[in-house]
Design a protein around this ligand. Structure first.
Ligand SMILES: Cc1cc2nc3c(=O)[nH]c(=O)nc-3n(C[C@H](O)[C@H](O)[C@H](O)COP(=O)(O)OP(=O)(O)OC[C@H]3O[C@@H](n4cnc5c(N)ncnc54)[C@H](O)[C@@H]3O)c2cc1C
Ligand SMILES: *[C@@H]1O[C@H](CO)[C@@H](O)[C@H](O)[C@H]1NC(C)=O
Length: 483
């Protein structure tokens, strides 16, 4: 892996001062002495707060009042610049900071709580800024889980519904938005509607506020351990297994992991991979490949869900190059990872530019039948390993898709952020796949509309008269719309 090359690259013209030199070459100093402690305190504050609020059950009473505040802001809208949520760009996990956050009329949405867990209906009702980490902490402790738990702790329910979310159970359960039963939405005129399959089904596209119910799988006691069976280079394991994931370490070698939940564990085979002193997960998996044989492990459920959190998949190796060293792990591993939001807030212009020139972060969703060709395209265009493979079911479609996640410093000489990405995007359009929209997209408006069918979207925007009220998705996500 070209792990440190990102920070030994040539700084851009604008970065002349010693401060920028330090920021680029010794970023880990800032990360370790400032960002890690700050991230730790931030998490402690929020987890304590949400734990107290949940125990006091105070959130449900306050919910209506908070929604009324959103409505009031929408009703007071000046009718000119379109609206967006007031959550600042640096707080989201996406590396993009949307320029629309500067120009749009901002609506503050202070909706951060898990409201209710109904164990009879097997639903959880929560507000849109609830994070995956907060949800698993609350649910797993009570012996429950939700069918799709996207891996990173800081992903939010609202962001996953609007921007899609995927997990190793998605080959059975579908995408995050498919497990939601009902949404509460504030429309452009300030009214509130509830949408589900039976109630206002078509207004779904316009959500500016999401409240979420989810079906829970049966029988998930909190002593559950999904057993993770690791075996080399197999592609189709989606039948039977509850969880399926692949990591490619080169074009021709990879590891497929399959797992089921289990109430029991074989003695000596429990591996608490989430503990601070454990090796990064992708390194642990890579060790199986080096040995050339598979194995069976029993992993506590929360550790499994968030297995990629500590190493931000493998992005951490560019930020703290020696972070997987055993001494570092024992001494400071409990402070890792730094929060992506704080990393973004403190990266400065020089690091940001380096990232843009020498870094590639994309998830491409392609039909499973086209996976082999897709892997070749990724190899030719960026050559970044590991590569994440996560099969998933797309709504009612019969064929399976696979999410190919590529994050890191390209290992090819001719990498060009725009030209390379456009070639990969063209391939994805050709096989009728999709790009995940948290990443940089260089498609033109027409190409974007070719990839995502806009028929229903256009019709609903017209019917609900919100063409002026909300920006179209393209204007929020395309490369030019970024700061
Ligand atoms: C480092 C990294 C790791 C990732 N890992 C995973 C992963 O493991 N699995 C996975 O599935 N995805 C992953 N993603 C992608 C992720 O799914 C998307 O970024 C997703 O949109 C969630 O991001 P967020 O919660 O920060 O939401 P945001 O980026 O804040 O929101 C996404 C969109 O939803 C809109 N939105 C949010 N809340 C509301 C609301 N209440 N009302 C109206 N609109 C709203 C926002 O305006 C925005 O347009 C990752 C991304 C990065 C950068
Ligand atoms: C999970 O269960 C299915 C069905 O019972 C079985 O086919 C599969 O081998 C199991 N996988 C693991 C990793 O135990």
């Amino acid at each position: 892996m070209p792990s440190t090359s990102l920070f030994s690259g040539t700084p851009s013209k604008s970065s002349s001062g010693w401060l920028e030199y330090v920021l680029i070459h010794y970023r880990w100093v800032i990360v370790i002495f400032f960002l890690l402690p700050a991230s730790f305190l931030y998490d402690i504050y929020y987890y304590t707060r949400s734990w107290v609020v949940f125990k006091l059950s105070s959130a449900p009473q306050h919910h209506d009042k908070k929604v009324a505040t959103v409505q009031k802001q929408v009703q007071a809208w000046n009718g000119e610049t379109p609206m967006c949520t007031a959550r600042p760009g640096w707080q989201t996990i996406s590396f993009r900071e949307g320029a629309y956050k500067k120009t749009c009329h901002k609506v503050a949405i202070n909706l951060v709580d898990v409201l209710q867990i109904d164990t009879e209906k097997k639903t959880v009702w929560c507000e849109p800024l609830v994070t995956m980490g907060q949800l698993t902490h609350t649910l797993v402790e009570l012996g429950w889980t939700i069918p799709v738990v996207p891996e990173m702790d800081d992903l939010t329910v609202g962001g996953l519904v609007m921007g899609t979310g995927i997990e190793t159970s998605s080959h059975k359960q579908g995408l995050f938005q498919h497990i939601c039963l009902s949404y509460e939405l504030v429309l452009a005129d300030g009214s509130v509607v509830t949408c589900s399959k039976d109630e206002n089904p078509r207004s779904l596209l316009l959500s500016s506020l999401v409240i979420w119910h989810s079906g829970l799988p049966d029988g998930c006691g909190n002593k559950d351990h999904p057993s993770s069976k690791v075996c080399e280079a197999e592609t189709r394991r989606t039948e039977g297994n509850q969880f399926v994931e692949g990591l490619m370490y080169s074009l021709h070698s990879g590891v497929v992991m399959t797992a089921n939940m289990s109430n029991t564990a074989e003695p000596g085979k429990i591996n608490e991979i989430g503990r601070w002193f454990k090796p990064w997960f992708f390194k642990h998996v890579g060790a199986y490949l080096d040995k050339g044989e598979g194995g069976v492990e029993y992993i506590p459920l929360r550790d499994y869900y968030h297995r990629h959190t500590r190493s931000i998949f493998w992005e951490i190796q560019d930020i703290i190059p020696f972070g997987n060293n055993v001494v570092f792990r024992y001494l400071l591993g409990w402070l890792v990872p730094p929060k992506v939001s704080l990393l973004k807030l403190t990266q400065g212009q020089a690091v940001k530019e380096l990232y843009e020139k020498n870094h590639f972060i994309q998830d491409m969703l392609v039909p499973l039948a086209d996976m082999k060709e897709a892997l070749e395209v990724f190899h030719k265009e960026v050559k970044i390993y590991p590569l994440w493979l996560c099969p998933f079911k797309w709504g009612d479609k019969e064929t399976l898709y696979v999410d190919i996640g590529s994050y890191g410093t390209p290992g090819v000489d001719n990498f060009h952020p725009e030209r390379t990405t456009r070639r990969v995007e063209a391939f994805v359009r050709k096989v009728k796949g999709f790009q995940m929209m948290y990443a940089d997209s260089y498609m033109t408006r027409d190409e974007y509309r070719e990839m995502f069918d806009h028929t229903l979207y256009d019709r609903m925007r017209k019917e609900l008269q919100c063409e002026k009220a909300f920006p179209v998705v393209y204007d929020k996500v395309n490369r030019k719309a970024r700061i």
